[in-house]
Design a protein around this ligand. Structure first.
Ligand code: PLP
Length: 589
């Protein structure tokens, strides 16, 4: 008979109870509803009993799924992360619950593999890796030396990892969709460092641009207009003008866009090539739930977001555009993002897009030749998945299923194979970059916890492990294989709590240590801000043992340099002389 793992997890709780640590006055009945099966864990001082039903008067009740609870019980998943991600709900006294949770050893039943926190080091690949002696290297350069030379916090990007990611993705899509050479368009929003766009341009990658600024960065670095697309909503006439002058395609997200673009195309004497952004109807995804807005079915989420047009709205625009000689509709666009997270979801989504395209052919006589499915392909260690114990599916699996979905749709709806465009952001750039950060004060407070302060901040990291945040693997820069011996919160200096990563099992850190945070290439630099007047970090590009700054470290004067003082506030006041960039604001000189 198959072992009942979930029951074993609960039945073993009395043995795993560290009774010596429990206060004599502790008294709690914690109820569990795990996928419909129920238990109550009854704690009375140093004794613990488990009963297979819900007691009527409970201190707190936990509701979650079996897989989630098994992972928590094994120490593979932090319950705080599950709670913040709404995969675990609690009613009742959360404080007592947290106290009780802390009194149990992890479950380690037969067949359950508990990976050491450094397991991921074996998955890093050739460009960013940990040497046997524990030194972390980026293309041969040690993170210790890079920190010494450029200071911390420091973003370090491996150029060859970036090129490799692009080449692998392009090869995968070309292999599985031989009908066309897929346009793999890097979404520059994921990292707006110009040197990175330059690398993609050298590789021949396409691109998604969302604004005049992204157009600028894409084309000043040599982008090919044939492979680029201006996306976005409510773009200004000047942004459309820029796009039409450069000659790239534009997505339409509103009737206003059509009218503006047509008017400009006449003025500039060009033909505007456009795609229509759709709210894709997703019968193939059924009840798939969003991770971005936890619990919400993805088809509903797509409708609720500002982007895209419903079929009927889009149909009106398509019909109108057919009569406009300066506008040519070439295809359809949709971006659902990382909520289409498994390869089979991509297959269904691709098929659903063809289904919609076939309806436009029938109802408006327009046959799309480009199908742009947007981005959202997971990174291999998937920081947005908030699960530090798993790898995401490979890009080959994503490509195979997506291309199969296109072919399924074309066969089912007798639709000619369109050119396939995809707009990956995070997948291409995420794992190319590490953040090196220095440990400051380590606050070890008995009974409360340990806070390891870093000079990095959530200002620079889309961090904190809740449903919209990221879980990053971390390791000491010079002893990456060290055993994890402590559970700590990694925190930054800002006054908003600055919780970078919660309840992480790590090796012992002391002031002055360097810590490397992996897979931080996507969205962190583009979202970075200066809250608390903290300047943004520098970024370095490494290629084959050579390093160059690609973003200078900001100074305090940079933080303020766009600010102005009205002349009526200029009356002299006695003030200290401060040279902010020579020693920081607390050093009056
Ligand atoms: N394309 C569009 C239109 C987007 O809005 C985004 C991200 O928001 C992307 C592509 C890139 O998404 P990802 O980085 O998840 O691949």
């Amino acid at each position: 008979m198959e072992r009942d793992l979930l029951a074993d997890v609960f039945e073993s709780m009395p043995e795993r109870y560290r009774s010596a640590e429990a206060g004599p006055g502790l008294r709690a009945d914690i109820g569990f509803d795990v996928g419909g099966r129920c238990w109550t864990v009854k704690v009375r001082g140093n004794s613990c009993e488990v009963v297979p039903f819900l007691e009527p008067d409970r201190t707190a009740t936990v509701k979650t799924a079996p897989d989630e609870w098994i992972r928590i019980a094994c120490g593979l998943m932090d319950p705080t992360v599950s709670y913040l991600g709404q995969r675990l709900t609690v009613t009742g006294d959360l404080g007592v619950l947290v106290e009780v949770f802390g009194l149990f050893d992890s479950y380690s039943g037969e067949g359950i593999e508990v990976k050491p926190p450094y397991w991921f080091l074996d998955t890093l690949g050739p460009h960013i890796r940990a040497r046997k002696d524990g030194t972390i290297l980026v293309e041969g350069l040690s993170c210790l030396d890079l920190a010494e030379k450029y200071g911390t916090p420091l973003f370090v990007t491996s150029e060859n990892q970036f090129r490799r990611n692009y080449r692998e993705m392009k090869a995968a899509f070309d292999q599985f969709y031989e009908e066309n050479s897929c346009n793999v368009m890097w979404a520059i929003k994921s990292n707006t460092t110009m040197a990175l766009r330059r690398i993609m341009n050298e590789e021949g990658a396409g691109g998604d641009c969302f604004s005049a600024g992204e157009l600028y960065a894409t084309f000043i670095t040599g982008g090919d207009p044939e492979k680029m697309l201006l996306n976005g909503s409510n773009r200004s006439r000047e942004t459309f003008r820029m796009a039409l002058e450069i000659g790239l395609r534009i997505t339409l997200d509103h009737l206003d866009d059509l009218l503006e673009v047509e008017d400009l195309a006449r003025e500039l004497d060009v033909t505007a090539r456009v795609l229509i952004r759709l709210k894709c109807e997703l019968p193939s995804l059924g009840g798939l739930r969003s991770t971005f807005a936890p619990g919400v079915p993805v088809p509903l989420e797509v409708k609720a977001l500002k982007f895209g047009l419903k079929f009927e709205e889009a149909l009106e625009i398509v019909r109108l555009a057919k009569g406009l000689p300066r506008v040519k509709i070439e295809g359809f666009h949709s971006h659902i993002g990382r909520d289409v997270h498994l390869p089979q979801h991509w297959r269904g989504y691709a098929r659903d897009m063809i289904r919609m395209a076939a309806r436009f052919r029938e109802d408006a006589g327009v046959t799309a030749s480009i199908m742009d499915l947007g981005g959202g392909f997971s990174e291999i260690r998937d920081p947005s998945g908030n699960d530090l114990t798993r790898l995401a599916p490979s890009i080959e699996e994503y490509a195979r299923e997506t291309c199969q979905g296109i072919r399924d749709g074309c066969l089912e709806f007798n639709f000619p194979h369109p050119r396939l465009w995809v707009e990956p952001g995070r997948h291409l750039v995420g794992n190319t970059t590490v953040l090196i950060t220095r440990v400051g004060s380590v606050k070890r407070t008995p009974e409360l916890g340990t806070w390891v302060h870093l000079d990095a901040s959530i200002n620079h990291l889309q961090a904190i492990e809740h449903f919209n945040g990221m879980s990053y693997h971390v390791a000491p820069a010079d002893r990456a294989w060290d055993e994890a011996v402590e559970i700590v919160d990694l925190v930054g200096p800002n006054c908003a709590g600055d919780l970078i990563q919660l309840k992480r099992r790590v090796p012992r850190f002391e002031r002055g240590d360097l810590l490397v945070m992996f897979d931080v290439g996507a969205y962190n630099q583009s979202y970075a801000n200066q809250f608390n007047c903290i300047p943004r970090p520098a970024a370095v590009l490494v290629r084959g043992g050579r390093a160059e700054i690609i973003r200078e470290r900001e100074s305090i004067t940079d933080v303020f340099h766009r600010q102005r003082m009205p002349d009526w506030l200029l009356r002299p006041l006695p003030r200290k002389t401060i040279n902010p960039d020579a020693g920081g604001p607390s050093h009056d000189r």
